[in-house]
Design a protein around this ligand. Sequence first.
Ligand code: NAP
Length: 482
Amino acid sequence: MVSRVIPVDSFDLVIFGGTGDLARRKILPALFRRFVAGQMPEDARIVGAARSDLDDEGYRAFVREALAEFVPKAEAPDVDAFVGALGYVPVDARGTNGWEELAKRMRDGVIRAFYLSVGPGLFGDLAERLHQYGMADADSRIVVEKPFGRDLESAKALNEVLVGAFDESQIYRIDHYLGKETVQNLMAVRFGNVLFEPLWNSQYVDHIQITVAETVGVGGRGGYYDKSGAMRDMVQNHLMQLLCLIAMEPPSKFDPDAVRDEKLKVIRALDPVAHHHIVRGQYSETKDTASYREDAENPRSFTESFIAMKLGISNWRWAGTPFYLRTGKRLRARSSEIVVVFKDAPHSIFGADQGTHRNVLTIQLQPNEGMTLDVTIKEPGPGGMRLLDVPLDMTFAEALGPEAEEVPDAYERLIMDVIRGNQTLFMRGDEVEAAWAWTDPLIAAWQARNDVPQPYDTGSSGPEDALMLMHRDGRRWRDIRE
Ligand code: NAP
């Protein structure tokens, strides 16, 4: 099967923070891959903008180096052609330097997109200058990155800055988890088949687990992380978004507001979480690796590098089905997955000695994207009726051909969606605020009681109590493995 690549309309994309880490590691490699795939039109233009004193040639050399590092298989003729589309203008977001020159580079009659790959403290300055220098029009798009605030108040303030300068329909808040192929496949599986939706409720689903495990520590970004912690850094955004997609009602159509309205309803239906349903942890040192507190350079830090929680959703579909979420650093393996565990068959005709067999739908997002459904079959052979659970591979890489195995990076899809003007996979302002409104009281409660995170071993699955969170309910986490 040959995948169809439909080129997007021509565009001018300005990357503010074009010399930063995110631009080097993610944005520019993603654009390059789309260019090679034939999706980026040849006359599209990308302009890097930051304070560093570079010219077009200097920036092209910078991007060549980034591609050599992050797209090692890039072929020289492709790189030569791609860098031809690049330019650079030195600008200071807080000053007047460079803005007139940048405005002159904008062409009429093409889509204009502005990627604010800078700290959120600069959003207001950039928005103001984009208008002052006549660069933004009613059709321009603004792309912003997490962290989208650190609590409800700061998120509201950021939203006000953006909404004061642009219409909500122009603002693309990126959560790269939503750009993953499997996340969209999840929606296709749920809403494109009759098979799952009738079972997708508390009558048939025993529980749902969402795990985002990392092996890395907080390393170089310890100072930043220590002010944030796993709840703010991962749960409020990535895990919450995954939870919404799993739990939401079918939208009436696959349209940005219809999808986001349903996600918002999930966040608003979340139950308050009892403190004994939250486990916070901090990784300890090993002979080769530092402890969290050493990495954070804060010997008295109470910030969590791990969190596990049990959640309930108060609506007709999910009342009674627990959702278990966990995320942490320095865990056993790098793995992100959603596991939907269905209930036992109401009656086993094969006898009690066959043990328990359950249908389990596993949606893996990292390191490999894929989806499997465990189904119970008869173990082949003449030994009588013995039952066996086997995974049915629902990624269908074989059926779809080798191209299906080349899953595009989330940023590739998301940036092309920005150009196409499709906001479905981006967070709306009210979603972000609702997630903070749910998160804030939990953080305030553990701060008020001086909650101390439990230590856990590097390379483990987190603190013992996180295992107990499920054991107490007669359930167990799936092993964290790649
Ligand atoms: P970074 O490496 O510190 O880069 C910041 C960029 O902003 C640089 O290009 C810097 O260039 C530019 N800049 C700083 N002050 C400026 C000013 N006054 N005027 C114009 N440009 C200015 O940061 P980053 O890691 O790329 O992150 C960018 C944003 O994405 C942040 O909000 C971050 O939280 C978010 N984010 C990053 C990642 C990641 O993996 N890196 C992941 C998720 C979200 P000059 O010094 O040359 O001006």
